[in-house]
Design a protein around this ligand. Structure first.
Ligand code: PAF
Length: 283
């Protein structure tokens, strides 16, 4: 496995692979890799001849009061996981390599980014889309793998590649959870023992919503109310949003007909966690 910081090096490698007719699977990450990332890498490994993982904590997708500086980083541990998982190349650029002096071009969207995380993180998706398109232009993958845990991000990236005619297939992969139900996330590392226990309320509340839907409820407001009530039983939890939206367009629905995304964002102490489920297999 090789680790490249320079765009020119990864381009050279990719060019050689393409000349040999090899397919490339790509897993973009911000590092501090866990089982969730590993499942994306494993899927990419199965479906492609070569696998590239990018590790880049992208400053552009963090708001001014967010956790860019404290976001966990451990390249050595990440490299070990990638090596064991059969990754061919880690692309680990510096911010200067990605955003050269005078950088002023962005990718933005009129829909899909205004609800859910877009409400409390208004510039987040612009940063995500911009860096992902840049990474796609550098790696030119046949397929790229994104987790359903960031369901809005997955919907946004799918829309972006359709709108901008990017020749990469976007593959959505299921949420990977801890044994007790907490969705795997690099940010779980911020939680102390008490908060870690409290964080279980996210999954528990979604299970309440899912059970209600399975019992035949179709009123989105009723589902939201049940999830909210469950979240409110946990004193350490502060709700950012509880929403029921169309999975493809990320617009609120009144009735839960068709594939809907039930998504929540909750602060446990200072840590903002997200989780969701989709009502039918819309990945
Ligand atoms: O999901 C993430 O880790 C990031 O948003 C991504 C897709 C790597 C872009 O920085």
């Amino acid at each position: 496995m090789r680790i490249y910081e320079e765009i020119s090096k990864i381009r050279e490698t990719v060019r050689a692979w393409k000349q040999d007719g090899l397919t490339i699977g790509f897993v973009p990450t911000m590092g501090y890799l866990h089982e969730g990332h590993k499942s994306l890498i494993d899927t990419a490994r199965r479906e492609n001849d070569r696998v590239v993982v990018s590790i880049f904590v992208n400053p552009m997708q963090f708001g001014p009061s967010e956790d860019f500086a404290s976001y966990p980083r451990d390249l050595e541990q990440d490299a070990g996981l990638c090596e064991d998982a059969g990754v061919d190349v880690i692309f680990h650029p510096t911010a200067e390599e990605m955003y050269t002096d005078g950088f002023c071009s962005y990718v933005d969207m009129n829909g899909l980014t205004t609800e859910l995380c877009g409400k409390s993180r208004p510039t987040h998706f612009r940063g995500v889309q911009t860096v992902v398109l840049k990474l796609f232009n550098i790696v030119t993958p046949d397929r790229a793998y994104f987790g359903q845990k960031d369901a809005q991000q997955l919907a946004v990236i799918k829309r972006m590649v359709t709108d901008l005619n990017v020749g990469t297939e976007i593959v959505g992969c299921p949420i990977i959870r801890e044994k007790d139900g907490l969705a795997k996330s690099s940010r779980n590392t911020y939680l102390n023992e008490e908060e870690r226990k409290a964080a279980l309320i996210l999954h528990k509340s979604l299970e309440v919503g899912k059970a209600l839907l399975e019992s035949g409820e179709t009123d989105a407001a009723a589902v939201k109310a049940a999830i909210t009530a469950e979240l409110e039983t946990e004193p350490l939890a502060k709700i950012d949003y509880v929403d029921v939206v169309d999975f493809d367009t990320v617009t609120p629905v009144e009735k839960t007909e068709g594939p809907v995304l039930v998504a929540i964002a909750v602060y446990i102490g200072k840590t903002r966690l997200i989780d969701n489920f989709i009502t039918c297999n819309a990945l």
